[in-house]
Design a protein around this ligand. Sequence first.
Ligand SMILES: *Cc1c(COP(=O)(O)O)cnc(C)c1O
Length: 355
Amino acid sequence: MSRFWSDVVHTLTPYVPGEQPKLENLVKLNTNENPYGPSPKVLEAIRDAAQDTLRLYPDPNADLLRNAIAASQGGHGISPRQVFVGNGSDEVLAVAFQALLKHRRPLLFPDITYSFYPVYCALYGIDYQQVPLDDGFQIRLRDYDRPRGGIIFPNPNAPTGRWLTLEEIEGLLEANPDTPVVIDEAYADFGCASSAGLIQRHPNLLVVHTLSKGRGLAGLRLGYALGDAGLIEAMDRVKNSFNSYPVDRLAMAGAIAAMEDRDYFERTRHAVMASRERLAADLARLGFEVLPSAANFLFVRHPDRDGAGLAAGLRQRSIIVRHFQAPRIDAFLRITIGTDVQCRALVEALEAMLR
Ligand SMILES: *Cc1c(COP(=O)(O)O)cnc(C)c1O
């Protein structure tokens, strides 16, 4: 603490990211990184971009990247004017909170969800209410029918992995034509349908994606949002009042290559999904309750063991998973899907601990 702090700093409770240990040889299953990493074409593009041109500022509008993202969205006919890019989707979300989610009525999000949301609300002075998940840890959309200035949740939700169908999302949008709705699709690459196509019919919908999970680029920091050009204009106004160049030249080159290498993306995301199903079966065999997941992680609990103890025991065996010391979910572990070798190491460690 120092007497030079602005007043607001005293009130902040910052988000605590999962640990990034400096040790090697850990089986690191705690922050939902992709075990396969980026496409080799991404690395090549970044190497090619590492040149004398780094003395020049990047394109502040990131036009080539917006074009590549728009073109990668399949048959949805998305135009570059419906794309916003930022330094990781956390930054994209921060801009959306400021540009679209601060209203007289409270922002609604689930009680169990991405814990960055209340942090942004505190930073930007946004009133919010947390809507409880049901007993099966699922979002119950009819509970969002209450006074609201906006709605945000991840689909699939984090850290549960449970998801809503496209029909359910569309129903929510139809019931809320006058409310901005942000769907954080950080994990939608792993099996649940993206709502990106709905932006053409629903000018209140913003869909947020990241290259950190599905494209194996957590270290590059690239996220984007898709929405009506009116929403994107609001976000550009906030961004251009804060940082004109959030996406640097290397990130731009790498991200374009990542969006263009469809084959690599398809292969690796299907490998993760197949490993998830095998791991879910192995954990169920060990007696764990495994929530259904369309993400690159599983949310599991054991009827006879507490979550903190299991996480500590795994750590002693050089395996790290995420445990949240939070109401309703402190019995759970969130386990990132690793390679099959990593998953096997996890299952063997748990087997030994439960014996
Ligand atoms: C990982 C994650 C993000 C942030 O991703 P970055 O692009 O790495 O900032 C956003 N939302 C949810 C729900 C996430 O799990």
